[in-house]
Design a protein around this ligand. Structure first.
Ligand code: SAM
Ligand code: SF4
Length: 341
């Protein structure tokens, strides 16, 4: 399918109470996952009954409402988006409705990569240009320990299939003290050598997990200082409206991102909201305020949905209040897999 663009029309842009325009929607299409990453969920994570999950039709309607109100970028995430049954049908429909018409600038995906080898080619054909793949280690044993279920070789196959299909690959690595901090340098050299971007993510206190988060929390400020002793890091101006800041690494010629929600505040330029797989719209990853778009849609149709988006804009907070302290309760009780990372 060829994807062509034409001029978009925006009805009423989504502007929050602090004057920030929402142009980026992240959609969790499932809370299920084939991995159980230790920092993301417990071994015995209980997933939601399927009846609570938005249907593809509902997801399409909600995304359509956002696109009409000026959202230009949609990221599908989860849980693991590629384990939802028939997920490619949803991506085909979104591509046809919004990429082919030029209404969206970008449709993309965050994945653990386990199913990517099967889908990479089709994703590229549908107009996806970039993809984020999570990869915390290149050590097969450690990979199995962190993900509890994953196989490194399968994920690497997926990553290379994506590159071969022409997708730009960005690797996301959660930096964990005492677990993979000694692998940041080898990961950077490997990723840039293979032509992938690398983004380091600071662990966030989302949902209860089986360990004390303060034990594994590693400030990316410390990581950056350590990397600066070895590499020449030059900040680059790229701004995504999110928590990532990017550096050019002179020695490798590649780009390195830092997502630092705790040690650096990024809220003033926030342009995004998140839709959970049950249709709850969260205006901030670090706050509990939400609007039930599924109820709004079921009770009021597309008009009800539009009114709910207006309500949501008034609820978007100025900033989050994340803190990782010893024995602190999670900042929010829901796991990243529910809200969508
Ligand atoms: N399953 C897909 C994946 O792993 O890429 C998509 C969903 S996952 C929740 C999205 C991203 O969130 C991943 O890069 C993952 O490493 C990250 N993540 C999960 N829990 C986190 C936490 N508590 N703190 C920081 N990042 C987290
Ligand atoms: Fe699954 Fe992604 Fe969470 Fe890992 S980080 S358990 S792959 S949702």
């Amino acid at each position: 399918m060829s994807v062509t663009a034409s001029a978009p029309t925006t009805e009423r842009p989504l502007i929050d109470g602090f004057g920030r325009q929402v142009t980026y929607l992240r959609v969790s299409v499932t809370d299920r996952c084939d991995f159980r990453c230790t920092y993301c969920m417990g071994e015995d994570m209980v997933f939601l009954p399927r009846s609570e999950i938005l249907s593809f039709e509902e997801i399409q309607t909600v995304i359509g409402a956002f696109v009409r109100r000026g959202v230009r970028k949609v990221r599908l995430t989860g849980g693991e988006p590629l384990v939802r049954r028939d997920i490619m049908k949803l991506i085909e429909a979104l591509s046809r409705q919004h990429l082919a018409t030029g209404a969206l600038d970008e449709l993309t995906l965050t994945t653990n990569g386990s199913q990517l080898a099967h889908h990479a080619q089709r994703l590229a054909e549908l107009g996806l240009r970039r993809i984020n793949v999570s990869l915390d280690t290149l050590d097969a044993e450690k990979f199995a320990t962190i993900t509890r279920r994953g196989r490194l070789a399968q994920v690497l196959d997926g990553i290379f299939a994506a590159r071969d299909a022409g997708l730009a690959v960005k690797l996301n690595m959660v930096a964990l003290k005492g677990i993979n901090e000694d692998e940041i340098v080898p990961m950077l050299d490997w990723a840039h050598g293979e032509g992938f971007e690398l983004t380091l993510i600071e662990e966030m206190p989302l949902g209860a997990v089986a360990f004390e988060r303060a034990d594994t929390h590693l400030s990316l400020r410390t990581v950056r200082d350590r990397l600066a002793e070895r590499y020449t890091l030059t900040p680059i101006a790229r701004r995504t409206g999110g928590p990532a800041r990017y550096m050019q690494v002179q020695e490798t010629g590649g780009t390195l991102g830092f997502i630092t929600p705790l040690s650096h505040n990024f809220c003033e330029s926030c342009n995004r909201v998140r839709l959970t797989c049950t249709g709850q719209l969260y205006m901030c990853l670090g706050q509990e305020d939400r609007v039930d778009l599924r109820a709004a849609l079921r009770e009021g149709g597309t008009e009800g949905l539009d009114a709910a988006l207006d309500r949501a804009m008034m609820l978007k907070p100025k900033g989050h209040d994340f803190v990782i302290a010893r024995r602190a309760a999670p900042a929010v009780s829901r796991h990243m897999s529910v809200t969508g990372g």
